[in-house]
Design a protein around this ligand. Structure first.
Ligand SMILES: *Cc1c(COP(=O)(O)O)cnc(C)c1O
Length: 395
């Protein structure tokens, strides 16, 4: 490693040079498979002033702590529980890890087991690995929702948590959380809802009379919810949200950190030092956009998702999977070689999400109508090429 004292200008230029070669930009409209988006511009100003706040030692930053409490209260109200307790964390992964830790430590029986849908995010595999949980994966119905009967059958004396998803990573599908809630209550099992993506989409769709099933604290069995500002919340990257139904759930599940400069605290987050800026920016963005602002953004994303669907449906060889889309995520597959289609799309600069059996577009706020049209045109051309070379997949 060469250690030279360079001027800030030179350092800046070197950074730009390197990033130019390797980084994509949201503004290009080619990032079609990310659940993150360009944070609201306001976060730049906030970062300049508040980048040094550390909520790992909240006694030193009581003002920041207060804004975090307020951000959680706003998020809780959206999810039908203004009294929920929680934190602004590093993302959906940390939020899910926290929920699984609390669930396991609250109902410890023999060899702890968690029941998750097959569509669950990789963070539950991480939780199982880190905490030595047995993870039971439940198949999906033809509608890509968890099979509730199979969940019920999978429950054993070792079950410490059931997980339902409100907005799956691959298709934005909402599991029948109402049924899971009933099972959880009947059997006395902890139910966690992973609404990392849907948590800041569904409440606004519901207010606009879209058909949104119940998924949040309205359902009594739901003990905790993950809902990430850095996805459809337009929050800073990273910022995640974890909410627990009440403070009793967190009781005796904290770590004592007595030596902190700001005084003894009890901490339930996985990480210690954590961004106070993320909490401030989350609060500020909630306040700035307000319910109306979010409703407009979500509605626009839904319109474009449906437009994309209309463009893709007539393309020969392409089949849209989730029609109608429940959220601003659209999955499609093909009778032709899917990996060949993916490869050609990537060659044309499109970065979309590739799952074993489908490709999917997440229509985030940085995607404009022109991008959708251009993408659909490219896909149409690619399908023509593929049909001509007739690389029909053998089934
Ligand atoms: C994005 C996502 C996560 C993980 O969030 P990170 O912020 O990337 O850690 C978890 N669950 C679901 C359903 C998600 O969509």
């Amino acid at each position: 490693m060469e250690i030279e004292g360079l001027s800030e200008k030179e350092v800046f230029n070197q950074i730009l040079e390197t990033l130019k070669q390797g980084d994509m930009s949201y503004d290009s409209g080619q990032i079609l498979g990310s659940m993150c988006t360009k944070p609201l511009a306001l976060s730049i100003k906030l970062y300049q002033r508040f980048f040094d706040r550390n909520l790992g030692d909240p006694g030193l930053w009581r003002g920041t702590w207060k804004l975090e409490r307020e951000a959680i209260r706003i998020l809780g109200s959206l999810l039908h529980n203004p009294r929920a307790k929680g934190y602004i964390v590093t993302g959906g992964t940390e939020a899910n890890l926290m929920a699984m830790r609390i669930a396991r430590n609250s109902h410890f029986n023999g060899h702890p087991e968690i029941i998750v849908p097959m569509s669950a995010h990789a963070s539950f595999d991480k939780a199982a690995d880190l905490m030595r949980l047995n993870i039971v994966k439940i198949p999906l119905t033809s509608e890509y929702m968890v099979d509730v009967e199979a969940v019920e059958e999978a429950i054993s004396k070792n079950t410490v948590a059931i997980v339902g998803i409100a907005g799956t990573t691959s298709l934005g599908v909402v599991d029948p959380i109402d049924k899971l809630s009933k099972i959880a209550l009947d059997r006395g099992i902890y139910l966690h809802v992973d609404a990392a993506f849907g948590g800041l989409v569904l409440p606004f769709l519901a207010k606009m009379d879209y058909d949104v099933p119940q998924f949040d604290f309205e359902l009594e069995g739901v003990q905790s919810i993950t809902a990430d500002p850095h996805k459809m919340g337009l929050g800073p990257i990273p910022s995640g949200g974890i909410l627990f139904r009440n403070k009793e759930i967190l009781k005796k599940r904290h770590y004592e950190i007595p030596y902190l400069a700001g005084g003894n605290i009890r901490q339930a987050t996985i990480v210690g030092t954590r961004s106070g800026y993320a909490a401030i920016a989350t609060w500020a963005i909630f306040k700035c956009l307000g319910q109306k602002g979010y409703m407009q953004i979500v509605e626009k994303c839904m319109k474009l998702t449906n437009l994309l669907k209309d463009f893709l449906k007539p393309i020969e060889g392409i089949r849209v999977i989730n029609d109608p889309p429940q959220m601003n995520i659209l999955g499609f597959t093909s009778e032709y070689h899917l990996r060949a289609i993916e490869k050609r799309l990537r060659k044309r600069g499109w970065a979309l999400g590739a799952f074993p059996e489908l490709l999917r577009v997440v229509v985030m706020p940085h995607i404009k109508e022109d991008h959708i049209k251009k993408f659909a045109n490219d896909l149409e051309e690619i399908m023509q090429e593929i049909r001509m070379s007739s690389k029909k997949r053998k089934v």
